[in-house]
Design a protein around this ligand. Structure first.
Ligand code: UDP
Length: 327
């Protein structure tokens, strides 16, 4: 299939692009390199551009005779979305709607969307099934949910189908250590804890120790980035016009912030200096997936079900790329 991958040079995007290429697909990566890295994807696949430049995107859709769009390009920092919602509504919703409509106008009927567990807000039920009522508690989740709804409406009205993948916490790196996580600034827990373990940061701050969880810190479902990437490959194969698919992508097991820190200490053999801080705005106490649907309907089966194995791949990447991609 001829696929356009927006945000394909980013963390999850680049791992997914690699799997699409391995599967024999013809991939065009579209990325503004705001969070992505040119070195994360094969140079001949890369096109630099911004989502706001809809004419550029439209041109690529036509000239490359694109059959499917996999849409990663988005801002994804929960805390920032609370303080700077305009940035999130503009990019994650407005520009995404423009892209969606150009797909419609160009007769592109397959779409895979990076959604998020943040659409559930503070869930009533954990593990969270896809049938749980969405109720985001931060602007990031609001923008993702709004776009999911647009996808459903388009699929109801036009020859168009989609799969929205609600990611839990992406983690780890390619098992050969060649591509991995490199954000500037880094906001994600596992890379921050690894950096604190290696002395690159003085400490890691735990955001909140008074949550209603077993040890008082937030619980998340960490899913390996290659397993997440595999979900996109399976999702795209399943999307047909009229399809309205929405799946959680998580392992179904939660780990607290303290458990993540202990596991990093175990994997690296180094002590992690820790500080206790206040809660971060917009953080629900526990997000753990019920991921039976994607297993049953797409045949998805995560290769990494254990946090330690996930962190081992992240550690390998950090050791071989202490300065990330160095771009
Ligand atoms: N977290 C933390 N300290 C940090 C970064 C994150 O305690 O320096 C916590 C955060 O509050 C959340 C969990 O770690 O409960 C995972 O955060 P991350 O930003 O990695 O992913 P998110 O859950 O926001 O998608």
């Amino acid at each position: 299939m001829r696929i356009l991958v927006t945000g394909g040079a980013g963390y999850i995007g680049s791992h997914t692009v690699r799997q699409f290429l391995t599967g024999g697909h013809d991939v065009t990566v579209f990325d503004n390199l705001d969070a992505g890295h040119k070195r994360a994807v094969p140079a001949e696949r890369f096109v630099g551009g911004d989502l706001r430049d809809i004419d550029h995107l439209d041109h690529l859709l036509v000239v490359n005779r694109i059959e499917a769009v996999v849409h990663f390009a988005a801002f994804a920092a929960v805390g920032e979305s609370v303080t700077h919602p305009a940035k999130y509504y503009t990019n994650n919703l407005l520009y995404s709607l423009q892209l969606l409509d150009r797909c419609r106008r160009n007769g592109i009927g397959k779409f895979v969307f990076s959604s998020t567990a943040a659409v559930y807000g503070v869930p009533n039920e954990v593990p969270i099934p896809e049938t749980a009522p969405p109720a985001p508690v931060n602007p990031y989740g609001n923008t993702k949910l709004a776009f999911e709804r647009a996808l459903a409406d388009y699929a109801g009205a036009y020859p168009f189908g989609y799969c929205a993948l609600r990611y839990f916490n992406a983690a780890g790196a390619a098992s050969d250590g060649s591509i991995g996580e490199d954000h500037t600034p880094e906001t994600h827990l596992i890379p921050l804890v690894i950096q604190a373990a290696t002395g690159k940061r003085p400490h890691v701050e735990i955001f909140g120790t008074d949550y209603p969880t077993p040890d008082g810190t937030c619980v998340r479902d960490y899913v390996h980035v290659d397993d997440l990437a595999a979900a996109h490959v399976l999702a795209l194969a399943k999307v047909t016009p009229g399809a309205k698919l929405t799946y959680n992508v998580g392992v179904g097991r939660g780990y607290s912030v303290r458990e993540v820190i202990r596991t990093v200490e175990d994997v690296t053999g180094k002590k992690v200096p820790v500080k206790h801080g206040p809660r971060r705005a917009g953080d629900p106490p526990a997000l753990v997936a019920r991921a039976d649907a994607i297993r049953a309907e797409l045949g998805w089966a995560p290769k990494y079900t254990d946090l330690k194995a996930i962190i081992e791949t992240a550690w390998r990447w950090h050791q071989s790329h202490p300065n990330g991609y160095g771009e």
